[in-house]
Ligand binder design. Structure first.
Ligand SMILES: [Zn+2]
Length: 409
């Protein structure tokens, strides 16, 4: 039996400049994400180059006057900076290199008064907890850490795995809604994120500097408000909200997963900005900066499924986010990391291809037991579910082994 109906591109191709395949999905509105949901995919130009590469190229080819962009940043911050030291900007993050860098320059270079907020990982890793603590203790910030009700979060994560093969979805929803709600709570009208989503292929112009609360803009980056909708049409973990209620869960217990009240957001005139629009973002720079200023450390060992040691380190469930992406869309964590590093001239495309062949799709054994315990799944159920999400247009079984039909070269 095959569940997927993602509308995967039938003719898989790979970007000529990075290693990303045309099966990379764009971000979608998570509240409408259910089993039969159709995705949109990474766009390619006639020249065979993906939109993420085109976006990143524009950062370095002289088209952008970065001094002018920094001046725009200063002008914007001047408008919002508080005189009495009250929080004037909200920076969501985990204490990884990018949020550490963003919050630190905004506070210590540009004189803002950030409140940092964190939606907890499902299961902290040791290095993730260490980096989080250092961000606050060494970097010097106020922080609110929110940990959702474990019973609800575990159940929703299990549903998201079984329904969508997307165990990270409850975390993604939670961290988006949490930042907005905290901004409303503290009356902070400005949220700053780090990297521009266009660097990963989101449909964003290189000249777009802000993201308002208008739901017509930036679908997938804007949380569509669920107020007034039929609760059978709003999904969490691929399960309709009504079903949770029918099973005896109180609506209030699901509240952390719902967006903020739209009227409150309107009233606050909340704006979202990406620091990556104003400052030329480079992963090595943020890494060295965070290491120096917030005590950030790379992991002691290579992350399974990739070659890197400094991206997304804090959640033991994260390994399975990338592994399930590999099953559904045919590319894994190495492809993700290598594509990004090729776009930033850290490795060549040939090196990227070799790394993908070596590590992509490697099963993350190290946290498998934790994952099964957290989601109350047996190993048999895990593999049975994984196999139902293999789309025959990208997977084939040869001599009892699953193989991808396409390989980057
Ligand atoms: Zn590309």
């Amino acid at each position: 039996m095959n569940v997927p109906a993602y509308g995967l591109p039938t003719d898989v191709k790979f970007c000529k400049e990075c290693v990303m395949p045309s099966t990379r999905p764009s971000s979608t509105n998570e509240y409408q994400h259910h089993t039969r949901h159709k995705h949109k995919y990474l766009e390619f130009g006639e020249d065979g180059v993906c939109s993420a590469c085109k976006f990143c190229k524009a950062k370095f080819d002289g088209r952008i006057d970065w001094n002018k962009r920094e001046q725009e940043l200063k002008d914007l911050l001047d408008k919002y900076r508080s005189k009495d030291g009250k929080y004037d900007i909200l920076v969501p993050g985990s204490g990884g290199k990018d949020s550490a860098y963003a919050s630190h320059v905004l506070k210590y270079k540009y004189g803002m008064h950030p409140l940092t907020v964190t939606w907890s990982p499902h299961l902290y890793t040791d290095i993730g907890w260490h980096n989080f603590e250092n961000w606050i203790h060494v970097g010097g910030f106020d922080n609110y850490l929110f940990t959702p009700n474990g019973k609800i979060h575990r159940m929703m994560t299990r549903n998201a795995f079984l329904n969508l093969l997307h165990p990270f979805q409850p975390f993604i929803i939670g961290q988006k809604t949490f930042a907005v709600k905290m901004a409303v709570k503290f009356g902070i009208p400005l949220i700053f994120y780090g990297e521009n989503p266009g660097e990963f292929g989101a449909n964003v112009s290189i000249d777009q500097n802000k993201f308002t609360s208008d739901p017509r803009e930036n679908e997938g980056y804007r949380l569509q408000y669920v107020t007034g909708k039929n609760l059978n049409e709003v999904y969490l973990g691929g399960t309709p909200v009504q079903q949770y209620l029918d099973e005896g869960i109180a609506l209030g217990d699901l509240d952390p997963y719902f967006p903020a009240n739209p009227e409150d957001v309107e009233k606050l005139k909340l704006e979202f900005h990406y620091l990556g629009y104003y400052l030329n973002w480079h992963p090595h720079n943020t890494y060295y900066y965070a290491a120096e200023h917030t005590g950030f450390q790379a992991a002691p060992e290579r992350t399974p499924g990739t070659y890197s040691k400094y991206n997304s380190l804090d959640d033991r469930i994260d390994d399975f986010f990338y592994y399930t992406t590999f099953i559904k869309f045919g590319y894994g964590r190495t492809t993700h990391d290598a594509a990004y590093e090729i776009r930033h001239d850290i490795i060549t495309r040939d090196e990227g291809v070799a790394l993908v062949k070596r590590f992509d799709g490697e099963f993350p054994k190290r946290h498998f037991k934790d994952f099964l315990e957290y989601t109350s799944l047996t190993e048999e159920k895990f593999w049975e579910t994984v196999d139902t999400f293999r789309d025959p247009s990208i997977w084939t079984k040869e001599n009892g082994e699953w193989k991808l039909r396409y390989q980057v070269s």
